[in-house]
Design a protein around this ligand. Structure first.
Ligand code: ADP
Length: 165
């Protein structure tokens, strides 16, 4: 059984993430979404809230693709999380060259720790490629329309959190 781990902060989960999740489902039998605690990034949503949002978004994708998808909160090293969930591959989304620089280092260091876990990169459909959670939050804060970037459910939760509902 092929198990993939797609890690991120998902603060909140966007249509870019969901597009990558849908593509990842074509490659694995079981997809684990690793939701990082990431205290350093100062998330707007708690870990529990981010996990719940990821689960809600993934339910539709799991139904469509027939792939089992589970959300797994983690605080340890990514490579240790991969071992914990039995993943042979780590999936990451690539946006611009700025992502590449960071990902290049991550792969190198993860490979030095365990060469048997392979990292696979996926690109979202063009219309979702520029989406970043950080920018979505900023646009919402400044009263911009975020409906092209997140699902209706996530939009409502984000606007509520920002006191704009
Ligand atoms: P962000 O960088 O938006 O805060 P995360 O840390 O949650 O998002 O990202 C998790 C993974 O999803 C990373 O591999 C990131 O590059 C990828 N990702 C996020 N948004 C997109 C997108 N719009 N297209 C492709 N990959 C994406």
């Amino acid at each position: 059984m092929r198990i993939g781990l797609y890690p991120g902060t998902f603060d909140p989960v966007t249509l870019g993430h969901t597009d990558i999740i849908r593509r990842a489902c074509a490659l694995v039998d079981r997809l684990v979404i690793g939701v990082a605690i990431n205290r350093d990034k100062g998330p707007l949503f708690t870990l529990e809230e981010r996990v719940a949002m990821v689960e809600a978004e993934c339910a539709k994708v799991a139904e469509e693709t027939g792939t089992e998808i589970v959300a797994h909160p983690f605080e340890n090293l990514l490579i240790d999380c991969a071992h914990d969930v039995g993943a042979q591959i780590i999936l990451r989304g690539l946006r611009a060259v700025t992502d590449f620089e960071y990902e290049y280092q991550m792969v190198g260091m993860n490979r030095a720790m365990d060469a048997s876990v392979e990292t696979v990169f996926l690109m979202a459909e063009a219309k979702y490629q520029a989406i970043a959670s950080k920018l979505v939050k900023e646009i919402a804060r400044l009263d911009g329309d975020i409906s092209k970037f997140v699902s209706p459910d996530v939009r409502v939760q984000l606007l509520e959190r920002l006191g704009k509902a």
